[in-house]
Design a binder for this molecule. Structure first.
Ligand code: NAD
Ligand code: UDP
Length: 311
């Protein structure tokens, strides 16, 4: 089996490379390094079954060797990153997804789209089920990411219906773990960096907004299982354990063992007030649920950042 992973040098993409290599697949990682880090490939760069291709998937890509699975994970994912790169984000979600569906069609390959809980926007239904259509501001600053992913879902379903491509769609909820970029601007790397460096923890708004954090190995397991099923509708993959951002800051500060103070900053525009996955579909379909709780997952991630920072 040969699996092509777009965004393979990113946080989740590199964990997928590792897992698929472990399962005996040949892996082709395609990345233009807009938010990736080549160090993420260190553990398997020299594996003869691994190949890296530097390419922007918003431009067409031809691959000679037969591809069996395309995992489309290329896209800036941190709000700070997609606000820095609004047009590349729109392009990779739209043109990039179109190109990768075309590649999957040409090879008769399975195609899996990394969609996101952001398709639910600032949700008016809580927790979020896959049947919820969402509450997205198309012209707000987050719209470049949310609408690109919504378009990506639409074109994925169209390729399935019109061309019979064997597609999957996952809606990923906030996922964390080793190999996140320390400066990607997401809440967990920010808080861990600040707590380890003895700097104030920057809580946006009053910190009462919630998120539900999933450890990366649980996500990877869910993806692996979904690929074995003949199922084409979206599937939420996330950990339903919901927490306020203020509590999250306190948890990380305690884990770091420091005494950083908490500094409140303005809440960015359209920041979702709540987010929690309803994972009934994944439970029933995949017999899947998260197994790594926050205490364990945060500890592993903090150890990774400690090493990076020499702390
Ligand atoms: P990341 O920024 O670490 O990885 C994204 C990778 O895609 C990077 O290596 C980047 O260089 C690459 N990339 C971006 N545009 C590209 C292009 N045009 N061509 C080739 N490569 C390109 O982010 P991540 O957290 O690993 O996210 C991976 C995917 O999962 C994204 O599609 C994201 O939308 C989705 N997702 C992630 C989360 C999360 O919590 N981490 C939640 C929901 C969805
Ligand atoms: N956040 C925060 N401080 C930070 C970074 C983020 O309080 O230094 C908040 C942000 O406003 C949001 C939540 O943490 O409410 C999660 O933000 P993140 O950027 O990780 O991703 P999101 O879930 O919004 O896509």
């Amino acid at each position: 089996m040969r699996t092509l992973i777009t965004g393979g040098a990113g946080f989740i993409g590199s964990h997928l490379c590792e897992r698929f290599l472990r399962e005996g697949h040949e892996v082709v990682a395609v990345d233009n390094m807009i938010t990736g880090d080549l160090a993420n490939l260190d553990g398997f760069r020299t594996n003869p079954k691994f190949r890296f291709v530097g390419h922007d998937v918003s431009n067409p890509l031809k691959v000679k060797d037969k591809i069996d699975i395309v995992l489309h994970f290329a896209s800036p994912a941190s709000p700070v990153d997609y606000l820095d790169h609004p047009i590349p984000t729109l392009k990779v979600g739209s043109l990039g997804t179109h190109n990768m569906l075309g590649l999957a069609k040409a090879h008769g390959a399975k195609f899996l789209l990394a969609s996101t809980s952001e398709v639910y926007g600032d949700p008016l239904e809580h927790p979020q089920k896959e049947s919820y259509w969402g509450n997205v501001n198309p012209i707000g600053i987050r719209g470049v990411y949310d609408e690109a992913k919504r378009f990506a879902e639409s074109i994925t379903m169209a390729y399935h219906r019109v061309h019979g491509v064997d597609t999957r769609i996952i809606r990923i909820f906030n996922t964390y773990g080793e190999k996140m970029r320390l400066n990607d601007g997401r809440v967990l790397p920010n808080f861990m960096y600040q707590a380890l460096m003895g700097q104030p923890l920057t809580v946006y708004g009053d910190g009462k907004q919630t998120r539900s954090f999933q450890y990366v190995s649980d996500l990877v397991e869910g993806i692996w299982r979904l690929l074995q099923k003949d199922y084409h509708e979206p599937v939420n993959l996330g950990n339903p354990a919901e927490i306020t951002i203020l509590e999250f800051a306190e948890e990380i500060r305690a884990l770091a063992g420091g005494n950083s103070r908490i500094e409140f900053r303005p809440l960015p525009q359209d920041d979702p007030k709540v987010r929690q996955p309803d994972i009934a579909r994944a439970r029933a379909l995949l017999g899947w649920e998260p197994v790594v709780g926050r205490a364990e997952g945060l500890k592993r991630t903090m150890d990774f950042f400690r090493k990076k920072l020499g702390k």
